[in-house]
Write a protein that binds this ligand. Structure first.
Ligand code: 16G
Ligand code: ZN
Length: 535
């Protein structure tokens, strides 16, 4: 193994002068400087699996909504969660080791400090999105896996959430908590069947146009559709757009969830008419946002906050109608980017607890796990719902006291099945939204009418050193540089319903400023003021 590791690392030398970091979404940068990282990630994945006595670990090669020339890689824990934090640090250190000998030495050091038996089995599942650089990077990864003596399964192209699903299925196969069949067909069958059950013959109002960002979500959605009830059977009428994966240079270009959310407009390729329900996935299909143009042709976004409130209200109703209200509590987890109006709606109208965490799926997911039912979404469309084990058992064991309770209980159980609890999944989230709208007999207009978003503005500010920006209170307040927060507070006081914060981006060399207020002019003014304070 020693010789093999040295050989593999020699084959993919690290470029000089690069500093890699395992950030909120793994390693992510220009694809051309990632070869050495992938080989080292192969070694880390093998070690992680061995540290867990041969449980399957996932490796996903993707750069999500980033431009086509970027790529990235992230590791997935056995139950489909994001990589544990101490292993993020080990990964970062490993990625920055310069020579083959340094890598080998660090490999052994990890084994020693983490008490890993290097003869234990190592099992790793890998998949990638549709980027042109994916095949080459897969080769680099596999060299690392083979050198470390890991058994590996390559699923080819998958969405990120599908890979998370496979990992969870493989580790629970044959057990009481078996998550499903670890095949693509198994994934479509599971979610297709759950959707059909949960719909209970309800008819969706109108069709749905799905923009797939020209990414891996396109072909996968086209496949999933085959497992859903047809339009004739009262199922969804889905029109798929931007599903061209033959031209990888079109990935995320003028389309996709990030484009729509950032530019506040539909993809130019969309032919949707007024009040047509639309949604956009991102490049690896773990994010989804809804939108439409209203009768006066104004663009209306239904983002992650809206999905969270819609889903939380639906689950709240089901739990109540099933007779489980006094046994199950529902909580909503948001980040500081959640619109103040959404937070108020959840607290005052839905009467549910809200928790705020720092940006990044792992923080939200973790906080959501503390509730019986935790609904978590970032405003940008990342999110899902997690049910605690005891809640799942409680739901299973429940004995409904009436026909009405039984109806709600049936829908609740099917809805649990429909939600990809391993990680936020744009395809599963999309089916969930469609389900709720059908049950509520709502169009996008009723959904939008639940509350009015406060006007808000997000700015990206280039600074000389973003690392000096340190936050507290779930990124809502700056503790460094000194004095800046007090100045922000003063500006916030000057506008009505004002709220603003600044935080260093975890994915770009910049500081992000968010501001909201009672009017567009006040929100824009506040954002500009705060931006000038952090410059
Ligand atoms: C990453 C995170 C995403 C977050 C974004 C913030 C995951 C899987 N992805 O893409 O959740 O919204 O970073 O980016 O956790 P920023 O730090 O540049 O604002
Ligand atoms: Zn993504």
């Amino acid at each position: 193994m020693v010789g093999l590791i040295v050989q593999a690392v020699e084959k993919h030398p690290a470029p000089e002068g690069m500093a890699y970091t395992y950030g909120t979404a793994g390693f992510r940068t220009k694809a051309e400087v990632l070869d050495s990282v992938l080989t080292r990630v192969g070694l880390i994945a093998a070690l992680r699996s061995r540290s867990l006595k041969g449980k399957w670990i996932g490796v996903m090669i993707t750069a999500s909504h980033n431009p086509p020339s970027d790529n990235g890689v992230k590791l997935v824990e056995p139950m489909g969660n994001m990589l544990q934090e101490d292993w993020e640090k080990l990964s970062t250190t490993m990625a920055n080791k310069a020579t083959p000998d340094d890598v080998l030495e660090y490999y052994r050091e990890i084994a020693e400090t983490q008490h890993i038996n290097l003869d234990a089995p190592a099992r790793v599942v890998v998949a990638r999105d549709t980027r042109a650089s994916g095949a080459r990077l897969l080769g680099c990864l596999v060299d690392g896996l083979k050198a470390a003596g890991a058994e590996y399964k390559d699923y080819g192209f998958l969405t990120t959430p599908q890979l998370h699903y496979m990992v969870r299925c493989l580790n629970t196969e044959g057990q009481y908590d078996s998550y499903g069949t670890p095949t693509e067909k198994g994934y479509y069958e599971k979610f297709g069947a759950a959707f059909k059950h949960a719909m209970k013959g309800k008819k969706p109002s109108g069709g749905l146009i799905v923009d797939c960002a020209n990414g891996v979500g396109g072909p996968k959605l086209n496949e999933l559709i085959k497992y859903l009830p047809t339009k004739e059977e009262g199922g969804l009428d889905i029109t798929v757009i931007n599903d061209n994966v033959i031209k990888p240079e079109s990935l995320n270009v003028d389309c996709g969830a990030d484009y729509v959310k950032t530019n506040q407009r539909p993809p130019p390729s969309s032919k949707a008419g007024p009040n047509d329900r639309c949604c956009s996935l991102d490049g690896d299909a773990d994010r989804v946002v809804y939108y439409f143009k209203d009768s006066s042709n104004t663009f209306r976004l239904l983002d992650g906050d809206r999905i969270a409130t819609l889903v939380a209200s639906f689950l709240g109703d089901l739990v109540r109608q099933a007779g489980l209200a006094d046994k199950i509590t529902i909580g909503v987890v948001q980040t500081a980017y959640a619109n103040g109006a959404a937070t108020k709606y959840v607290e005052q109208h839905l009467k549910l607890n809200v928790e705020c965490t720092p940006t990044g799926v792992k923080y939200l997911h973790h906080a959501a796990e503390k509730f019986d039912v935790g609904v978590y979404f970032e405003a940008n469309g990342h999110g899902t719902v997690v049910f605690s084990d005891s809640t799942l058992r409680r739901i299973q064991k429940h004995v409904p006291g009436s026909l009405g309770q039984k109806e709600a209980w049936d829908v609740l159980r099917a809805t649990v099945e429909l939600i990809n609890q391993a990680v936020g999944d744009a395809l599963s989230d999309m089916l969930l939204v469609e389900l709720v709208l059908a049950h509520k007999h709502w169009t996008v207009n009723e959904w939008l009418a639940t509350y009015d978003d406060l006007p808000n503005r997000l700015l990206k500010v280039t600074v000389s050193d973003r690392n000096i920006f340190k936050t507290t209170d779930a990124e809502r307040r700056l503790v460094s540089p000194p004095g800046v927060q007090a100045n922000i507070d003063q500006e916030v006081q000057k506008v009505r319903q004002g709220r603003s914060f600044a935080r260093a981006s975890g994915t770009e060399d910049a500081v992000r400023v968010y501001a909201e207020a009672a009017t567009r002019a006040e929100a824009d003014g506040l954002a500009n003021k705060v931006a000038s304070l952090v410059k």
